[in-house]
Structures are given as structure tokens and as C-alpha cells.
Ligand binder design. Structure first.
Ligand code: UDP
Length: 335
């Protein structure tokens, strides 16, 4: 009997991480999940209950030791754990630095101790700031808010470990991932969770600006397949942009969900359009997206009841949640 390779998935009970676990188990890996279960939920992995190839441990990457047994014999590490909410980062920069930067360093050290064959980092396209589109990997870096800075500093650490310690790493700068199980934490953000809950509650969808802004939304199973390819390739030290290369207007999302709208002020610091130039990842990894925007939104609508217990955001509570954001980023005159 061949021994199945072990994949360690940090943040594996979260949105992207749990879809990563689905794919790994399907492709003959044993999956080891570590998650602090703050943003992640064990229910995201309930479909694998009783599967001996999956283990889940409640571990916080801010405190993990490189000698922790979860790293033992791991072939690959897929690092998704981190704080993903954008808006609160303006109020809690220390939390973002300690988890997204220091936590990443701890996971890198564990991966190094285990001599893994690949470490793949979930980086963020927010490092580009208000970028030219379509955006290539060599675009200048200009983080606009602490979340973006923390994810970029984590990425810098990943490549530092590659240069200094010869750790075989790759990073993928994710544009806008969406799909079932998209996080529904208490924080304001991630347009899908906001709109789906509003739809369920019969409230108007809070469209920022006129909704003509575009995002390069990529369905989460297409994100997971890119990460597996990045883990299995012989290439190392690479960074790839990941999106659908097909940005969608927010008002198209509204149209697909269907319902009334109310308009909110444009958030400073946010790009008008995000659009990944995916030439590099397609050429290097032979990766292609498979789920169209219409199909992806349809899959989420089919499971809309999952957002029943999500927080309901309304114009007043959004104004309050974004107050500090407007205070600091509004004065820059960037929009
Ligand atoms: N958005 C919106 N209403 C909301 C939340 C977000 O219209 O209640 C828009 C937002 O302006 C942006 C898009 O949806 O154009 C995606 O926002 P999200 O916060 O999900 O991601 P990001 O801005 O980081 O791309």
C-alpha cells in the first residue's frame, strides 16, 4: 500500500482552507488542519466526519512552536491562517501584525524543521493598492491599510525564508475569492456575506457607490486547484496572481442575487477595479478557472440558508463600522 502524503493546512477550517481540504482528500492526501476556530468553523469540515485521513487541531499560529508534532512528516504546508477582515485592520493593527506576520514566521519555522517539499503562502492582491489593471506580478507594491501591509510583510517573510534557509516556497496573490462558506464573522466586509444575509432578511443590499466598480471574483474551488498546483510544481520562489481575469461589476452581483438596493459612500483606499493578469500562473502551472461567475453565485444562492446566522448589516451599522476607516484613509484624498 502506498503511503499517502501529508498536507498541513493552516486555517483549514476557514473559507478557502476548508475547500483546500476537500480537494486534498479527493486527490489522495492526508490532511492535517490547524485552526484557532475564530474565523474558521468545524462545521466547514463536517462533510469529512469519520474520515481517518483528516485531523483537526485547535492551534493558534501566534503560539505554535516549530517542534509541534503537526509539522512531523508533512510533505506540503498550505498557509491560509490569518486575519482576513479588511475594515477592522485600521483599528487593530497589532493583531494583524502578530497573526499575519509573526504567525507566518512561526509556521515557516515549523515547515523548515520538517523539511517540507513545499510551503505555499496565501498572499493578497491588496499589496498592489490602487493598481493599474490588468495587474501583473511586477506591478509596484503600495499597501493602503494595515491588513494589506500585514499580508505583504508575511509574503516578504516567506521569500526571506526561501533565500536564507532554502525553504522551497511559492506564494499566490489572491484577488477576490468567493464561494460557499465565505466567512461570516462579526466584522463588516466581504460583500457576499453582507448581501446574502440582507437578501435573507428582506433588507436592501448596501451597494457602495453606484455599483459600477469591478472585482475579479474567483470561485473558491478554482482557488484551491491553483494552490494544489503551486504545491505540486517543481518551481520554487515564485509568486503568481490569481483571479478569473474577468472582473465583474458589483451591480451584476446585485442583479444575480435580486432585490432592492440602498447606496453607501465610496470607501477611500479601495481600488475601483481589481483585475488579475493571470498570464503567469496559466503559463507556469497550466491552471485555468472552471466556474463562471453566474454558476458560482448560483451555488451560493442554493445554500443561502447558511447565512441565516450571519450578522445583518444596515446603513447605520456600516457607517459606524467604517468610521475610523474614513477618518484615516479619507484624508489621503485617495478613492
Ligand atoms: N461592497 C458593496 N457593499 C458592501 C460591501 C462591499 O457594494 O456592503 C463592494 C465594495 O465596494 C467592493 C466590493 O463590494 O467594490 C467587494 O468588497 P469586499 O469588501 O468584499 O472586497 P474588497 O473591497 O477587498 O475587494
Amino acid at each position: 500500500m502506498t503511503v499517502k502524503p501529508i498536507a498541513l493546512v493552516t486555517g483549514g477550517a476557514g473559507f478557502i482552507g476548508s475547500h483546500m481540504v476537500d480537494l486534498l482528500l479527493d486527490r489522495g492526501y492526508r490532511a492535517r488542519v490547524i485552526d484557532n476556530l475564530v474565523g474558521g468553523r468545524e462545521s466547514n469540515l463536517a462533510q469529512h466526519a469519520g474520515n481517518p485521513d483528516l485531523t483537526i487541531e485547535r492551534i493558534d499560529i501566534r503560539a505554535i512552536e516549530p517542534s509541534n508534532s503537526v509539522f512531523s512528516d508533512a510533505r506540503i504546508v498550505l498557509h491560509f491562517a490569518g486575519i482576513g477582515d479588511i475594515v477592522p485592520s485600521i483599528e487593530k493593527p497589532i493583531d494583524y501584525m502578530s497573526t499575519n506576520v509573526q504567525g507566518t514566521v512561526r509556521v515557516l519555522e515549523g515547515a523548515r524543521a520538517a523539511s517540507v517539499s513545499k510551503f505555499v503562502y496565501a498572499a493578497s492582491s491588496s499589496c498592489y493598492g490602487l493598481a493599474d489593471v490588468p495587474t501583473r506580478e511586477d506591478h509596484p507594491i503600495a499597501p493602503q491599510y494595515p491588513y494589506a501591509l500585514s499580508k505583504y510583510m508575511g509574503e516578504e517573510a516567506v521569500f526571506h525564508w526561501h533565500r536564507v534557509y532554502d525553504l522551497p516556497v511559492n506564494a499566490i496573490r489572491i484577488f477576490n475569492a468567493y464561494g460557499t462558506r465565505v466567512r461570516t464573522t462579526g466584522a463588516y466586509g466581504a460583500v457576499f456575506g453582507v448581501f446574502l444575509k440582507q437578501k435573507l432578511a428582506g433588507k436592501p443590499m448596501t451597494v457602495v457607490g453606484d455599483g459600477s466598480q469591478r472585482r475579479d471574483f474567483l470561485y473558491v474551488t478554482d482557488v484551491a486547484s491553483a494552490f494544489l498546483a503551486a504545491a505540486e510544481t517543481d518551481m520554487t520562489g515564485e509568486v503568481w496572481n490569481l483571479g478569473a481575469n474577468n472582473p465583474q461589476e458589483i451591480r451584476r452581483l446585485v442583479e444575480l442575487i435580486g432585490g432592492d438596493t440602498v447606496h453607501m459612500p465610496t470607501r477611500p483606499g479601495e481600488p475601483y477595479c481589481t483585475w488579475a493578469d493571470t498570464t503567469k500562473i496559466e503559463r507556469h502551472l497550466g491552471w485555468r478557472p472552471h466556474i463562471s461567475f453566474e454558476e458560482g453565485v448560483g451555488r451560493m444562492m442554493a445554500e443561502i440558508d447558511a447565512w441565516q446566522d450571519a450578522p445583518l448589516w444596515e446603513p447605520d451599522s456600516i457607517a459606524k463600522a467604517t468610521q475610523t476607516w474614513f477618518r484615516y484613509l479619507g484624508k489621503k484624498g485617495a478613492a
